[in-house]
Design a protein around this ligand. Structure first.
Ligand SMILES: [Zn+2]
Length: 214
């Protein structure tokens, strides 16, 4: 029998971080076919650089040593993700959302204290939220904070979903024209270009055939 960790590694090799905002990337983890496991969540935090690989290794062992604490925080994680999905969908559709959806974000903000720290990113600097590491809720602090920052941008926040109906990942559109349509050009954008090209080619072939018959 394959070990659970092997099965998980197969089902979730890497996290696709395409959204440009942590809270959106976190909401996008809902697009995978299986429920978010502790392993998935720790992998997400590592890929998103919320925790270091060393910290991740320690967090993974909690599943065996503190299963109840892990279970409790997983419930919170899924609750937060559910709320974020509803809120972000409403924003994309220019609809309002019920105030109660905000509560899971506020709950995390309330119980986690932290501060901002400057972190170098290539040539530039960005502000990274560092949560005070207490309990396990702090793991959600940066996500809650990122969601809150999106919300205070107001109804015109450039939040979009990939135009590929089979994808629908959320992303923050900070392109110059603010008309980005795809989660990434390399995947959905190119797939669309190829499909459009084949569509035009098929149409042309049909036209040629029709013309030659006359
Ligand atoms: Zn896409």
């Amino acid at each position: 029998m394959a070990s659970p960790s092997m099965a998980l590694a197969k089902s979730n090799p890497t996290t696709r971080l395409i959204a440009g905002r942590l809270a959106l990337d976190f909401a996008n983890t809902a697009s995978s076919s299986h429920d978010l496991s502790w392993e998935d969540f720790v992998t997400f935090l590592t890929d998103a650089r919320v925790v270091t690989p060393e910290r991740a290794t320690r967090l993974r062992t909690l599943l065996a040593s503190e299963p109840l604490a892990v279970d409790a925080v997983l419930t919170r994680i899924l609750h937060l993700r559910g709320s974020l999905l509803s809120i972000f969908s409403s924003i994309v559709q220019k609809r309002g959302f019920t105030k109660s959806l905000i509560e899971p974000i506020n709950q995390i903000l309330r119980i986690t204290e932290g501060h901002d720290e400057l972190v170098q990113q290539g040539e530039s600097w960005r502000l990274n939220y560092m949560a005070r590491e207490q309990g396990l809720e702090w793991l959600l602090a940066a996500i809650a904070r990122s969601a809150a920052e999106l919300l205070v941008e107001g109804p015109d926040v450039p939040l979009r979903r990939c135009a590929n109906s089979k994808c629908r990942l959320f992303f923050y559109d900070d392109s110059r024209t603010r008309r980005r349509r795809w989660c990434s050009m390399a995947t959905c954008g190119n797939r669309h270009k190829v499909a459009a090209f084949l569509g035009r080619k098929a149409k042309r072939t049909n036209t040629v055939q029709t013309a030659s018959r006359h």
